[in-house]
Design a protein around this ligand. Structure first.
Ligand SMILES: Nc1ncnc2c1ncn2[C@@H]1O[C@H](COP(=O)(O)OP(=O)(O)OP(=O)(O)O)[C@@H](O)[C@H]1O
Ligand SMILES: [Mg+2]
Length: 453
């Protein structure tokens, strides 16, 4: 069942229940109040009759005294002990015959329903004992048809029934209008999603009115999600194009040297060796590049971190020891405490530190200094070199994938331009930061900030 139909049925049913309940309360309150008023009125009439009546009169005279008190359809009786009727006057014999006389010791009001020719009739009877000569010998019984009440009841019921039907109809129409209003943005969203599903192209929802409600919020969030998706797709396309472009150069070199070898063979040994060396070096470059691609993909996928407590001093000491022996460079480690504990993914943090030291090694010839600093908020790993530096206007670009300040030099040093992008991703995964400050010709300072909490 469609959600609009569900909302419609539910609201209409609810409003119908409320209307029925309210009408029932109104109906029963009206009946109770009106009947009480009728009781009071009949009591009053009976009392004034008793006041005016001369009980010691003859039977005929008593009847004469009672007759003026008769109304539309009514009867008045004098009832003696044993429920015997002493005197009775009535203008509706049929009705009076259906009400049995009753002798009572205390005054009472009673309602009786009797069957008449034209259906059910409500009769109100009051009985008041009359005290005379210190004793109680007679009861005045006065009864009348509640025809006014019956009429009012019928009118009220018909008004209530018609207003309930009208209310339910309005609720049905209003419910349909309301549910359509609510559902329209959702339907738009569903249509857009179906289009996306069929075409495979992300598409945003058109927000027609700024309603600032939850539905608009949902549409805005959906559009933001689609925006992110588009951005990621663009990034992916860009990456594929950049990566193929990067791979093209070494592959072209390999192919041309391989062609050369195929054409000339290995007759000229020195020439052939040169070609093989170039092929080997370019293949190594491709190998390194693909490793970098995988690292980048891994850090961008938002894979789960294997975080644990580790000693940063020991970690840096082991990294520096490895790099020193591999590159034969001067790398000094400065630390304030003999052990600095951080919570991080050891392999990834190690990778980020190596990226910074590797850059310092590639783009400087002097000594390299590594500082481990602990401040209130962060643990900072700072790699300082005294090399070629980076022009100020290039600093904002160096975290972009494949970006190299000096392409020719990077080719010489074997840089792919992915190191800093990977380091930035790693720091993002650790909720940390990477900052680089540099002065061209003087040197560079690269810092990794690991938040303490
Ligand atoms: N310490 C530094 N001194 C001077 N230039 C630097 C330094 N670090 C980075 N750069 C510049 O920033 C660019 C991007 O650095 P990044 O580490 O991302 O790439 P790469 O070193 O070229 O290649 P990769 O690290 O992927 O092998 C470098 O090509 C270089 O031009
Ligand atoms: Mg690098």
């Amino acid at each position: 069942m469609k959600i609009t139909t569900k909302i419609n049925i539910m609201t209409t049913a609810w409003i119908l229940c409320v209307l029925v309940a309210v009408n029932a309360i109104v109906f029963f309150s009206f009946m109770k109040i009106t009947i009480n008023m009728e009781d009071q009125e009949l009591y009053q009439r009976a009392n004034s009759l008793i006041k005016d009546m001369k009980l010691d009169s003859s039977s005929v005279l008593i009847k004469d005294q009672l007759t003026p008190y008769l109304t539309g359809h009514s009867f008045i009786r004098m009832v003696q002990p044993g429920s015997k009727v002493k005197n009775e006057v009535t203008n509706d014999k049929h009705m009076a015959a259906k009400i049995k006389p009753k002798f009572v010791r205390k005054k009472e009001a009673e309602r009786k329903t009797i069957m008449q020719k034209n259906g059910e009739e409500q009769i109100l009877i009051v009985r008041i004992p009359i005290h005379s000569n210190g004793g109680m010998s007679t009861v005045l019984e006065m009864g009348e048809k509640l025809s006014g009440l019956e009429l009012a009841k019928d009118v009220l019921l018909s008004i209530q029934i018609s207003s309930t039907i009208l209310g339910a109809l309005l609720a049905l129409l209003g419910g349909r209008w309301l549910s359509n209003l609510i559902i329209r943005p959702i339907s738009n969203m569903i249509n857009t999603m179906e289009e996306i599903e069929q075409s495979g192209i992300p598409k945003k929802i058109v927000i027609q009115h700024e309603t600032k409600d939850e539905l608009q919020k949902m549409a805005v969030t959906f559009n933001q999600m689609i925006g992110r998706l588009e951005e990621n797709l663009d990034k992916q396309r860009q990456f594929i194009s950049d990566a193929s472009h990067e791979l093209k150069t070494p592959l072209t070199v390999i192919k041309s040297f391989a062609d050369h070898l195929l054409r000339r063979g290995i007759r000229n040994e020195a020439d052939a060796l040169d070609a093989i060396e170039t092929i080997h070096s370019e293949a190594t470059r491709i190998q390194k590049m693909t490793e970098r691609f995988l690292d980048l993909a891994d850090t961008e996928s938002g894979n789960h971190l294997d975080t644990k407590s580790l000693d940063l001093v020991a970690l840096c000491q082991s990294i520096i020891k490895q790099l020193k022996s591999a590159y034969k460079r001067d790398i000094d480690l400065h630390f304030a405490a003999p052990a600095i504990t951080v919570k991080a993914d050891e392999l990834k943090l190690k990778q980020a530190i190596i990226i910074l030291i590797d850059n310092a090694i590639k783009y400087s010839t002097d000594k390299i200094e590594v500082y481990l600093i602990v401040n209130e908020l962060n643990t900072v790993i700072k790699v300082k070199d005294y090399g070629i530096g980076i022009p100020e206007y290039e600093i904002k670009n160096i975290f972009e994938r494949f970006y190299r300040v000096d392409k020719a030099r990077s080719r010489e040093t074997g840089g792919t331009g992915l190191g800093l992008a990977i380091a930035k991703n790693i720091m993002k995964q650790h909720h940390g930061e990477i900052k680089i400050s540099s002065t061209e010709g003087e040197g560079t300072e690269a810092e990794l900030f690991l938040p303490k909490s």
